[in-house]
Ligand binder design. Structure first.
Ligand code: ADP
Ligand code: MG
Length: 347
């Protein structure tokens, strides 16, 4: 289904380590004022002046976090950067630099890594961050990617997971569940392809879902929007593991309870229709699916009028006293405890 578009296969041995690093990174330029020295010395040099610096790292392992059977390498490069930027924005900070480290087996030709770096470059450009370093090494089998993202924030503007208060409104950006369903669609097509390799899948009804899975975006725009609206989130987290798991993090870290309203959870129409096709419950998909990379945050009730009616965010509930527990109020009006594994908690 996803043929190698680039027929050339230059063995990595032919490049040498330094030749390879230079080849992959020479087109990257520095744009951030804080990037004093990027690739090419023993360490990058950054100058954040009087700002707070934030750092986040993630590792992605072939066969565990991604399947090169249906994930094009360019998308993988893009997504590897995006998921890290999302963590920086989830602190209510602005991302400034990334480092990208790779372990690859000799099964990968140079052209494959070029594709990967084309995706890295696209993400860096789109979000205005600089690639300032990394590491390159070989692996026995498969590909391992580690990305570190750096960012900055003004004193007193960071949003921790722990900052919520009882009565704060619980808000989420965008819509949920599409990335999970996109993965289900891709997995299904992979099985069909195994049986009949000539079959060209028609993914057009699922464009939004597949795009949310393969080419997620980080919500830098939400951090900027909140700033423009003069709303300071009291706590924040990004939705990487599914809504219920992230809400429980905010509850646990803030020593809070919460009330989440099922009918408020924002769902794209294709999520609803495709969930029906897969005989799944769309609310459960939003609660447990993950990889949406939306921002989940709490705001003081006084800020309600500033965000009311904004199409980029939805109020889905409110925080409560710890003693009240974390509760889901279903469409039918029943109250049930929210669980990280939403699938098993209410059948
Ligand atoms: P060292 O031997 O000190 O680890 P390297 O030869 O690994 O140095 O790296 C040289 C430079 O290239 C450093 O600036 C490093 O950050 C950068 N670099 C190495 N690998 C990558 C990569 N995969 N992507 C981006 N930069 C890289
Ligand atoms: Mg090195």
């Amino acid at each position: 289904m996803l043929e190698d578009k680039n027929p050339q296969r230059t063995p990595l041995e032919q490049m040498g380590e330094f030749g390879l690093i230079d080849h992959l990174t020479k087109k990257f330029e520095l744009g951030q004022p804080s990037s004093l020295k990027g690739i090419g010395d023993d360490a990058a040099v950054l100058d954040f002046k009087d700002k707070l610096a934030v750092v986040s790292t993630d590792m992605l392992v072939e066969g565990v976090h991604f399947d090169l059977g249906y994930v094009p390498l360019k998308h993988l490069g893009y997504k590897s950067v995006i998921v890290n930027l999302s963590d920086i924005y989830a602190m209510n900070a602005m991302a400034t630099q990334v480092t990208v480290s790779l372990a690859v087996s000799n099964r990968f030709p140079l052209e494959a890594l070029e594709e990967f770096y084309a995706g890295v470059a696209l993400a860096c450009k789109g979000y205005g961050v600089d690639l300032v370093g990394g590491d390159t090494t070989s692996s026995q089998k498969g590909m391992i990617i580690s990305v570190t993202a750096l960012g900055t924030a003004e004193q007193g503007t960071l949003a921790y997971r722990s900052g919520g208060r009882p009565g704060d409104l619980l808000v989420v950006s965008g819509d949920l569940g599409a990335a999970y369903l996109g993965l289900q669609v891709l997995e299904r097509e992979k099985e069909v392809f195994k049986v009949n390799p000539d079959n060209q899948p028609d993914l057009s009804p699922y464009t939004y879902l597949v795009e949310r899975q393969l080419k997620p975006e980080a919500r830098k725009d939400i951090v900027e929007l909140l700033r423009a609206l003069e709303v300071r989130p009291t706590s924040m987290i990004d939705v990487s593991d599914g809504l219920s798991s992230e809400i429980l993090h905010l509850c646990r870290n803030g020593e809070l309870g919460c009330m989440l309203y099922e009918d408020k959870i924002p769902l794209d129409p294709t999520v609803i229709s495709t969930a029906e096709e897969f005989k799944m419950d769309s609310s459960l998909i939003a609660l447990s699916g993950g990889e949406d990379y939306e921002l989940l945050f709490t705001i003081a009730q006084d800020d309600y009028s500033k965000i009311k009616g904004n199409p980029n965010m939805t109020i889905i509930g409110h925080m409560a006293q710890k003693s009240e527990g974390a509760q889901l109020i279903t469409r039918a009006g029943t109250q049930i405890p929210l669980r990280a594994q939403g699938w098993n908690s209410f059948g």
